[in-house]
Design a protein. Structure first.
Length: 259
């Protein structure tokens, strides 16, 4: 069947007859890009991953079966208040990705950015874009996928923040004031970054850190934010427990276990 719709954050059950296995992969593309859909699949010993990275998958026109699943999605309302875990257009957002868990969060992040852009247009640039924070944690620099897309999305948000026609609505229109949108890359198995890569990221306003940074990142986040976490189970456990201990409403903590 043809994939006709999905929500940012959902996964796709990926099947290739006559094989009996089912692979679960999250799109990093947007629903507006259908019928094209883009998924990231890390090479591993998992049979679906092995097939995708084999010569057999390169056969153009090879039929596959897909089915959308998952409830951890970016649900948004174009209103100023949130209810039942649905994100309002004025609520801050916090994204925390570990490893290949970046895929669904990138789709959410891009969709949220487009929503904010549309709100600016709909309200004749009277809409004030709420803050956003994104932490992307990987083992090494080589595992930083989608760095370009993340930087581009954050840069777009910053440019909308300083749109001249809407600066009268901002608390501060000082161009030297700190941006409300932050992007952090952290590597957990290296003591330091390669200088050229770090310099390039910092030139675009990215904070480059080492070690496990999620605890401090979530601890510093505004507790009224909508939190979206995707990564290994241990990361989910630690992040959700920390947010709950901070008193963050469970309706504002979004995660899903799928491995």
């Amino acid at each position: 069947p043809t994939l006709t719709s999905f929500q940012p954050g959902q996964w796709i059950d990926f099947m290739v007859p006559p094989y009996k296995w089912i692979g679960g992969f999250s799109p990093f593309s947007l629903p507006s890009e259908l019928p094209n859909v883009s998924i990231a699949i890390k090479q591993s010993n998992h049979p679906p991953s092995q097939w995708v990275h084999s010569n057999e998958s390169m056969e153009v026109g090879r039929p596959v079966q897909v089915q959308v699943g998952g409830k951890c999605v970016l649900s948004t309302l174009k209103t100023s208040s949130s209810a039942d875990g649905v994100l309002s257009k004025t609520q801050p957002v916090v994204f925390c990705a570990g490893g290949i868990g970046i895929s669904p969060l990138l789709s959410m992040y891009r969709q949220w950015s487009h929503l904010q852009e549309q709100c600016l247009i709909d309200e004749d640039f009277g809409h004030v874009i709420p803050p956003s924070s994104f932490l992307y944690s990987v083992s090494t620099e080589d595992e930083l996928v989608f760095q370009k897309e993340l930087v581009e999305t954050t840069t777009l948000l910053k440019s909308m923040e300083h749109t001249p026609t809407c600066t009268h609505n901002l608390k501060s229109s000082n161009s030297n004031s700190r941006s409300k949108h932050s992007l952090i890359f952290t590597i957990t198995q290296s003591q330091e970054w390669k200088d050229d890569l770090k310099n390039e990221f910092e030139r675009h306003g990215v904070q480059c850190k080492t070690g496990r940074s999620m605890k401090d990142f979530l601890q510093d986040a505004n507790p009224i934010s909508s939190f979206h976490i995707c990564g290994p189970s241990s990361m989910l456990d630690e992040g959700v427990e920390l947010l709950q201990n901070r008193g963050v409403s469970k309706e504002h903590i979004h995660f899903e276990r799928w491995w």
